[in-house]
Design a protein around this ligand. Structure first.
Ligand SMILES: Cc1cc2nc3c(=O)[nH]c(=O)nc-3n(C[C@H](O)[C@H](O)[C@H](O)COP(=O)(O)OP(=O)(O)OC[C@H]3O[C@@H](n4cnc5c(N)ncnc54)[C@H](O)[C@@H]3O)c2cc1C
Length: 423
């Protein structure tokens, strides 16, 4: 349809042309490339890593994530995925509650776990199968600009560089997003950020199809606003991790590794989470939440996934939002190409706000509140033992709803969100 590829020369080396350059092949970049290529659009996807590659993550997909990968033609029943039927939450005073996923029209009632090593590779393969050109081991070193417009990037591997001229660029370069940072994208300090660390362990403990989530991280004088998790990967392998929000009063003095140590120390022995059972190093990373990057679109360029800070503040879920924002970016770009109207890209932040604005606004207030240890303690102590309330909390915190036309809980959720601003 829009196949534009040509090779000439510039001071940066050879020049290559494409309709869309996607920087970063995590779930956000692969989804963007997939949805563009599906429409016959020429898309070049680059990643500085060679694939498969490791990515620090809990490796968990809620039903929202499962819905997103299904749209990329991924069947959750295919080998490699571990199915998750419920969330098990541990509170204070030994309270434990099991919550199956809600039954909804718009979402499946399963979650999944798969290492990001495999998972991200699978999504890249989907993008390539759809027709995207993928170059692993190639870094986008700097954007190519023309006044305010982003027109491409200088890309390169060891030693050699090429100038890619693109009609549109998508920055899907993850939480650090140095590529987008070079054209003035910055973090909105008023919005929340999480930090988290994870490590793999191999134990003989039988695995159950549940996400284990521990809301009882004690730092000595109170509960920390964060949680520990244990997600089963099959064959005795576990993803064990813990994360913390920057609304915590002592956030600056705490590292993700320290939160992880606090969590692992308090786990009962029967879990077998010991140094001898570790199956790799402890790794950590940031979680940019609630659309905490500005701006989310520049002339000629859109930001998707972590590059745009599009992580759910309630639960730290980012994969589903990276894929969804990638799909949205692809739709807009396809439209802009089709109608030759680059200005359409300016609608992207507004469309994101329409979709997530109110929800993230409530999420931001929520994480501010639970930053106070007394509020966190109150929620955990009085909330977790109440099953009906927790069922609702699960829907709300995982953003799983059929909207205003759904069941009673959906209507309540819709009502609560309507009271909030789009922020
Ligand atoms: C410890 C931890 C646990 C988490 N657990 C979960 C979880 O269980 N479930 C969940 O849904 N979310 C989780 N998240 C969040 C999730 O990992 C991210 O939201 C998700 O990876 C975002 O996808 P992305 O495609 O935007 O970015 P990424 O997955 O980070 O991909 C970015 C890609 O860009 C590439 N890149 C960067 N710069 C360049 C460049 N200049 N040129 C070329 N390539 C470049 C990188 O190599 C990378 O492959 C967790 C995060 C952390 C830190």
């Amino acid at each position: 349809m829009h196949f534009v590829k040509a090779f000439t020369k510039s001071p940066e080396g050879p020049v290559e042309e494409t309709d869309v350059l996607v920087v970063g092949a995590g779930p956000g970049g692969s989804a963007t490339a997939f949805h563009l290529a599906k429409q016959g659009i020429d898309v070049l996807l680059v990643d500085k890593a060679t694939f498969p590659r490791e990515k620090v993550c809990g490796d968990g997909l809620t039903p929202r994530g499962v819905r997103a990968i299904r749209k990329m033609g991924v069947d959750p029943a295919e080998p490699g995925f571990v199915r998750i039927d419920a969330l098990r939450t541990y509170g204070t005073d030994g309270v434990i509650i099991d919550l199956p996923w809600p039954r909804l029209h718009d979402f499946p009632d399963i979650g999944l776990v798969r290492t990001r090593y495999d998972f991200d590779n699978l999504l890249v393969e989907r993008a390539v199968k759809a027709g995207a050109r993928f170059r692993p081991g190639v870094e986008a070193k700097r954007p190519v600009t023309d006044g305010r417009w982003v027109r491409g990037a200088v890309i390169g591997d060891n030693g050699s560089t090429t100038e890619v001229r693109a009609r549109y660029v998508v920055a899907a370069d993850g939480a650090a997003s140095r590529f987008a940072g070079q054209v003035g994208v910055h973090r909105d300090e008023t919005r929340p950020l999480g930090i988290a660390a994870r490590r793999y362990y191999r134990t003989s403990r039988p695995q159950e199809p549940v996400f284990e989530s521990f809301l009882n991280l004690w730092d000595g004088d109170g509960l920390m606003p964060g949680y520990g998790w244990i997600f089963p990967l099959g064959d005795g392998l576990l993803n064990v991790g813990a994360g913390l929000l920057n609304t915590f009063k002592n956030f600056k003095e705490v590292s993700a590794r320290k939160v992880f140590d606090v969590f692992v120390r308090q786990l009962p022995e029967e879990w077998g989470i010991t140094e001898e059972n570790a199956a790799g190093p402890l790794l950590s990373g940031p979680l940019p939440m609630g659309m905490n990057r500005r701006p989310l679109s520049l002339p000629g360029m859109l930001l998707v996934g972590d590059a745009g800070g599009i992580v759910n503040p309630f639960n730290g879920e980012g994969i589903a939002y990276a894929i969804e924002s990638g799909e949205l970016a692809a739709e807009l770009i396809a439209d802009a190409l089709e109608r030759d109207r680059p200005a359409l890209l300016q609608m992207y932040p507004m469309l994101l706000r329409e979709r997530y604005g109110r929800y993230f606004h409530v999420g931001r207030n929520f994480v501010r509140l639970i930053g106070h240890p007394a509020v966190m303690r109150f929620c955990v102590r009085h909330g977790i033992p109440r099953k009906t309330l927790m069922r609702f909390a699960l829907r709300f915190m995982a953003n799983l709803t059929d909207g205003k036309d759904g069941a009673f809980e959906d209507k309540v959720m819709y009502g609560l969100l309507s009271l909030s601003s789009e922020g």
